[in-house]
Write a protein that binds this ligand. Structure first.
Ligand SMILES: [Zn+2]
Length: 413
């Protein structure tokens, strides 16, 4: 396309101005990111009021419409909106406000809530997961507003509570169920190393399995009991644990972006009531992560099949299966137009495209994709994993900000 008459900006001019703004204000952007890391929003306790208020104040300062929703005390989620001039789509940047706890502070190289900068990295709880993405989303809006860039479409930022322990039930799920968030597509502002656009997340089925035995004194292992021989529920649970570890799932095929087969692990066990009497009950909790595209009914049938086969071999094996929690898998197709637009923005910022990937964990992004009908991908430049010595490099943080700012201009301009 030829350049328009002088005085009218080309799309390239607008993008350059927004990116120049980010470069010129990188120090302030970094300070804002660090200020959010210093606000504790760990779960437990899960009260994110201070974080939500800090983000709401920043949004108001940009002229955004601000809503706060608090379905339970301290579980505050923000919906911030910058209205466009009309005729464009609505683009969502979704972030969570809470973080994991700090574990043992003495195990950290730098104070976990200090947001100190060392070696070009910001260190602390919730830096990569996910205050880098959260602040980059707001700073991208700032770059648009401060440069006077006019967009046709609306920008919506959701900043949610209850992600870490509640799985989003009183946060993102609440916003979707109450129809407080709608958009045409969006980015979930975190992803895990290695660098990739995450298109898919595993589903989760959490099972509680109770084994029933028969309680008698230990001596009745070898002596006759008139009322019946003991059956040790702990022993049955041990058998079951080994069988679940070894089980093979049926009706699944490898996923293009989520690595590995479906998996199950027994992560908790509790049994027995006496030092002297043989255990008549043992309960275990097994966590299963299945693949996008896999039918959860089949997963349940496979696990029940393990119980049935143990019961066939051992008439004393009595187990009941209960589903404690189900989190659906979610995915969008690699051909979703959003993916190509995002690759284009990434290419502009770092000079290359990045791989497509998937998450081994289960994401509350499923509420947006499956229930809200909003195509979403996860993307940041992720410097580190969650947990002790978490950090985000300044370069990764600023590149994330640049990509988000470009996306706003390209998608909504
Ligand atoms: Zn996270």
């Amino acid at each position: 396309m030829s350049a328009p008459e002088s005085g009218i900006d080309t799309a390239g001019d607008v993008e350059r101005r927004v990116l120049d703004y980010v470069d010129a204000h990188a120090d302030e952007a970094l300070e804002f990111f660090r200020s959010l890391v210093r606000i504790r929003s760990t779960d437990p306790p899960g009260d994110v009021r201070e974080m939500a208020d800090a983000c709401a104040a920043f949004g108001r300062g940009l002229g955004m419409e601000v809503e706060q929703h608090e379905p339970a005390p301290g579980k505050v989620s923000n919906v911030l909106r910058l209205r466009g001039s009309g005729g464009g789509p609505t683009f969502l940047l979704n972030s969570h406000l809470d973080t994991f706890p700090a574990s043992d502070p003495t195990a950290w190289r730098h104070p976990p809530f200090g947001a100190e900068v060392h070696d070009g990295k910001v260190w602390g709880v919730g830096t990569r997961d996910m205050k880098a993405g959260l602040s980059a989303a707001m700073l991208a809006v700032q770059a648009v507003v401060a440069t006077g860039t006019r967009l046709r479409g609306d920008i919506v930022l959701t900043q949610t509570a209850d992600h870490i322990k509640g799985g989003g039930v009183l946060g993102l799920k609440y916003l979707v169920d109450e129809r407080l968030v709608t958009a045409d597509f969006g980015i979930y502002t975190e992803s895990n190393p290695p660098l990739a656009i995450e298109l898919a997340s595993r589903g989760m089925l959490r099972f509680e399995i109770t084994l029933t035995g028969f309680a008698k004194h230990t001596k009745y292992k070898v002596e006759h009991s008139e009322s019946g021989q003991p059956v040790n529920a702990i022993l049955k649970a041990a058998k079951l644990t080994i069988a679940l570890e070894a089980m093979a799932f049926t009706n699944w095929s490898p996923h293009a972006f989520v690595k590995g087969p479906p998996v199950i692990s027994v992560n908790r066990i509790a049994g027995g009531f006496s030092d002297t009497l043989i255990a008549d009950r043992c309960t275990l909790v097994a966590d299963c992560r299945y693949l996008p595209g896999q039918d959860p009914d089949n997963v349940m049938a496979d696990v029940q099949g393990v119980l049935d086969s143990l019961a066939r071999e051992d008439p004393e094996f009595r187990a009941t299966l209960k589903v404690l929690l189900h989190g659906e898998a979610s995915q969008v197709g690699a051909d979703t137009p959003l993916v190509e637009t995002l690759q284009g923005a990434i290419q502009t910022v770092i000079g290359r495209r990045v791989p497509l990937g998937g998450a081994g964990s289960t994401s509350d992004m499923r509420f947006l994709i499956n229930d809200g009908g909003i195509p979403m991908v996860k993307f940041v430049f992720p410097s580190s994993e969650t947990g002790t010595n978490e950090f985000e490099s300044i370069e990764d943080f600023l590149n994330t900000l640049r990509v988000y700012a470009l996306m706003l201009v390209r998608v909504l301009g």
